[in-house]
Design a protein. Structure first.
Lengths: 247, 343
């Protein structure tokens, strides 16, 4: 019997914030499916450890520590993806929560607010701009990690929530603008998870009742099997009990 | 709800070990128990039209069964790979088992590789909360391997293997179920003709079943983890269900899969055309909005589906029906007898 429908062709992904939490879980899931990976995070030691572990699954892993708010670093990441020859998936996961405990907007230090906007909004758009030719050639998918806080209006969540709300609008707009280029764009609210960021949002509180980020794997398994254009423009909740393809 | 509330005694002798055809019966000659507020009636499936009214809407599952069980060989030796759900691009959910009678777990770690026919199987990671289920990446053509060498998934209670045709219902149109949507199995052309003649309407949804071997293990039923299954409620079916509800006509689901598909398409007011994945768990704490009755088989002690039956017809009626079914010797499982529960 011949392999009419071979899946041996390699896929490649770029994941930001990949050294821990949700980003690490996504990167590991992809590595175990033999994706080639470009990974970034600010903590060089942690990132190196993750990359070493993921290399054992056989794909190429290019780990580049750095700050996604720096244009030079973003160029470096996309050049690394170019060296892999394709880019099927860009996961804009790196996020800044802002000061912990989280201040009310009336007291929010504006330099901190600018920093949160740079990480959560400007950097994802910057990466999409640079990666567009590669995404286009691979008919790829952009995933922007959003949050329940995007719609909440919760006290203390104003800085972070505002950037995620803006990122949701960026996702919907890009979905429309890039449809002609056959690039899909989605927003994903992963839900509450037991991560460092969630702990920073609730300093000193016991968050052990929240599930580990692995709880989102069924969603990623499904999303990555979809035609990027079929899901483009949608906002998903990874822990929901149904995920619908937009009509 | 406590797990014990899904338990009842059922002698092993009441498991259907073969299709009714192998027992000398037509498909529509299996028994039918009808449970309503008035009590339980005993009849044959082909008399189903008698219990439905003109204008009632029967919703069936159009999913066809795959030969989803593949013989495989890995580092720990020979095993069965039961393919549960196609997630797309070569990624599947699958249950590796030692054999039909012996479940896992197998000693597997992420990165393990096995061979099933001419398909290379890469074990990616266990399913969170359901460690017997794995994400696997298949390198090769899984559908071709199933067509060539797969068998329908079976468990130890069957006396032998039966051909895939025994696992297809009259309504099967879209291949994708790991296990037969068995509530539709007793339907024959003469039953459908009699239903139409009586003025009963039929409509279809698609829900591709995963594997059923994963019973409730959580102490609290509501915490039971379900794996997602692909579903589609077409526009015509959504319209038919909404029209029946508005006119006060009954909607009867043929199978628990149909309840899950319709409830997944419920937006709080009506059924919308929908397509995607669902792992919605219907239980008494989550009321059923879309159906007034359920035609189904008999479900095992501790099966998660029992909680759905409780949600449709009330725990009391279901428990008394099951006690009656045991007394009257009804047969369980996919080749067994049939049960119509009406609110």
């Amino acid at each position: 019997m011949t392999n009419r429908n071979s899946y041996a062709m390699r896929n490649a992904a770029l994941v930001t914030g990949a050294s821990r939490g949700l980003g690490k879980v996504i990167a590991t899931f992809l590595a175990r499916q033999s994706y080639d990976l470009v990974l970034t995070a600010r903590g060089a030691a942690e990132l190196k450890e993750v990359a070493g572990e993921l290399e054992s699954y056989g794909g190429r892993v290019l780990a580049l520590p750095g700050d996604v708010t720096e244009a030079r670093h973003r160029r470096q990441l996309v050049e690394a993806a170019e060296s892999l020859g394709r880019l099927d998936l860009l996961v804009n996961n790196a996020s800044a929560l802002g000061p912990s405990p989280m201040p009310a907007l009336a007291d929010y230090p504006l330099d901190e607010l600018r920093r949160v906007i740079e990480v959560n909004l400007v950097a994802p758009v910057g990466l999409v701009q640079l990666a567009l030719p590669l995404l286009c050639a691979s008919r790829g998918l952009v995933v922007n990690i959003s949050s329940d806080a995007a719609a909440g209006g919760y006290e203390g969540w104003g800085g972070y929530g505002a950037t995620k709300s803006a990122l949701d609008l960026v996702s919907r707009t890009l979905a429309n603008e890039l449809r002609g280029d056959r690039v899909g764009v989605v927003s994903v609210d992963p839900g509450d998870m037991r991560t460092q960021m969630h702990q920073d949002a609730f300093p000193g509180e016991d968050i052990s009742d929240r599930p580990l980020p692995e709880v989102t794997l069924p969603f990623w398994g499904w999303l990555l099997g979809q035609d990027p254009l079929a899901v483009s423009g949608a906002r998903f909740q990874a822990q929901a009990d149904r995920w619908e393809v937009p009509a | 709800m406590k797990r014990e509330e899904l338990f009842f005694e059922r002698p092993d002798s009441l498991q259907a070990t073969a299709p009714p055809e192998a027992r000398g019966l037509a498909r529509d000659e299996v028994r039918l128990m009808v449970s309503t507020a008035a009590g339980h009636e005993h009849t044959l499936f082909r008399d189903l039209p008698r219990f439905l009214d003109p204008g009632d809407l029967l919703v069936v599952n159009r999913s066809a069964t795959l030969a989803a069980s593949l013989r495989a060989k890995g580092p720990a030796g020979a095993f069965l790979l039961n393919l549960a759900t196609d997630l797309g691009r070569g990624l599947w959910l699958a249950e590796p088992r030692w054999s039909e009678s012996r479940p896992g777990p197998l000693p597997l770690a992420p990165g393990a590789v096995a061979q099933a026919i001419d398909v290379r199987v890469h074990f990616v990671t266990p399913y969170p909360g359901l460690p017997r289920l794995w994400f696997v990446r298949l390198d090769g053509d899984a559908r071709a391997a199933m067509a060539c060498c797969g068998r329908p998934i079976r468990y130890a209670y069957l006396d032998r293997n039966y051909a895939l045709a025994a696992y297809q219902t009259l309504f099967a149109a879209v291949p994708g179920s790991a296990e037969m949507p068995s509530a539709g199995r007793p339907f024959t052309p003469r039953v459908v003709d009699a239903l139409r003649g009586r003025g009963v309407e039929l409509a279809g949804v698609v829900l591709h079943t995963g594997v059923s071997s994963l019973e409730v293990e959580a102490d609290v039923v509501e915490e039971h983890v379900l794996s997602p299954e692909p579903f589609c409620v077409p526009a015509g079916t959504a319209r038919a269900v909404n029209a029946a509800r508005e006119a006060g006509r009954r909607v009867v689901a043929v199978g628990t899969t149909v309840v899950r598909a319709l409830e997944s398409a419920w937006d709080g007011e009506r059924v919308r055309p929908s397509e995607g994945m669902t792992r919605i768990y219907v239980h008494p704490g989550r009321p059923v909005h879309t159906v007034d009755g359920l035609l189904t088989g008999f479900h095992d002690p501790l099966a998660s589906h029992l909680a759905m039956l409780y949600a449709v017809a009330g725990a009391g009626r279901v428990r008394s029906a099951y006690a009656e079914a045991v007394r009257e010797g009804y047969l369980w499982h996919e080749f067994g007898d049939s049960h119509l529960l009406l609110r």
